[in-house]
Each structure stands twice: as structure tokens, then as C-alpha cells.
Write a protein that binds this ligand. Structure first.
Ligand SMILES: [Fe+2]
Ligand SMILES: [Fe+2]
Length: 166
């Protein structure tokens, strides 16, 4: 496989990932209705994620590829995250936060790999685009890490008030 084709295939994986995450974040915005700070951040990152998907799609097309019928294993993996839990768990906010942090870290790893690969084949435009996306995913990952302790404390308090069990 030509190196260019490998980069296109990896960009396609990234596109599948961003598309799946758009759906996850749409659910998160609804789930976080009682947590305005989280909801606002999820809404902001939803808009960024929609833009990421679009940027990657345009990039694949510029390189002569197509994103249309690609259903990556990765998209399937992230897709399962959005499945609304039957009888939503009482500790849903914490569980969402853990999954979302993992997903953002996965994005950071993916774009780090893509920046290296694009640079290797001399495609600086793709490398620059990946750097822009990486910065926003890194920022979201850091925000989730910083806010996890607050979410855990709030959720514990909430659950003891309601006498909820996991
Ligand atoms: Fe992203
Ligand atoms: Fe992201």
C-alpha cells in the first residue's frame, strides 16, 4: 500500500471516530440537563466535533479519497457508547465522564499518529489540520480530567440524597 493510501485510510478512521462522537455528544447534552457547566462544555465540544468531522472529510477528498461508505470498527466501538442505558444508571454522569475522557485521549493519540504520518509523506496541510483538531481534543480531555473530581463529588451527594444505588 502506498504511504499516501495509508494516510487516507487513517484519516477515514478519524472521520468515523468524529462522526460517532457527534452522536455521543448529542446524547451527552441531553443527559447533562441538570449539570449546566457540563452541558455547556458538551455543547461547545459537539460543535467542535462536527467541525472536525467536516475538516477530515474535506481533507480525505482533497487527497482523492472518499469517506462515504466507510464504516470503521472504531466507529462501531464508539457507537456503542451512545446507547442510552436502560433505566439510566444513577451514576450516569460519572460513567459518561470516564468514557468521554477515554474517547478524547483516543482522539489525541489518533491525531498524534496522523501528524507524524502526514509529515513523513510531506503533506504539511494535513499535518496542520490535524494539529488544529488535536489542540481542541486535548483541551476537552484536560477539561474532563480537571472536572472529574467535581462530578464524582456532586454525583455521590446526589445519590445519597436520593437513597440511590448503583
Ligand atoms: Fe475531535
Ligand atoms: Fe473530541
Amino acid at each position: 500500500m502506498a504511504q499516501e493510501d495509508t494516510v487516507i485510510a487513517w484519516l477515514n478512521d478519524a472521520h468515523g471516530m468524529e462522526t460517532a462522537l457527534v452522536q455521543v455528544l448529542e446524547h451527552r447534552v441531553k443527559d447533562a440537563k441538570d449539570y449546566p457547566t457540563i452541558q455547556a462544555k458538551d455543547q461547545q465540544h459537539l460543535e467542535q466535533t462536527r467541525r472536525h468531522a467536516e475538516m477530515v472529510k474535506n481533507c480525505v477528498e482533497r487527497l482523492g479519497g472518499s469517506t462515504s461508505s466507510v464504516k470503521t470498527a472504531l466507529a462501531g466501538l464508539f457507537g456503542t457508547m451512545q446507547a442510552p442505558m436502560t433505566g439510566a444508571a444513577q451514576d450516569e454522569m460519572v460513567k459518561n465522564c470516564l468514557t468521554d475522557y477515554a474517547a478524547e485521549c483516543f482522539e489525541v493519540a489518533s491525531y498524534t499518529a496522523l501528524i507524524t504520518a502526514a509529515t513523513e509523506i510531506g503533506d504539511m496541510q494535513t499535518a496542520d489540520m490535524c494539529r488544529q483538531i488535536l489542540a481542541e481534543d486535548q483541551e476537552m480531555a484536560s477539561w474532563l480530567a480537571e472536572n472529574l473530581p467535581t462530578v464524582v463529588r456532586e454525583q455521590l451527594r446526589e445519590m445519597s440524597r436520593e437513597g440511590a444505588t448503583v
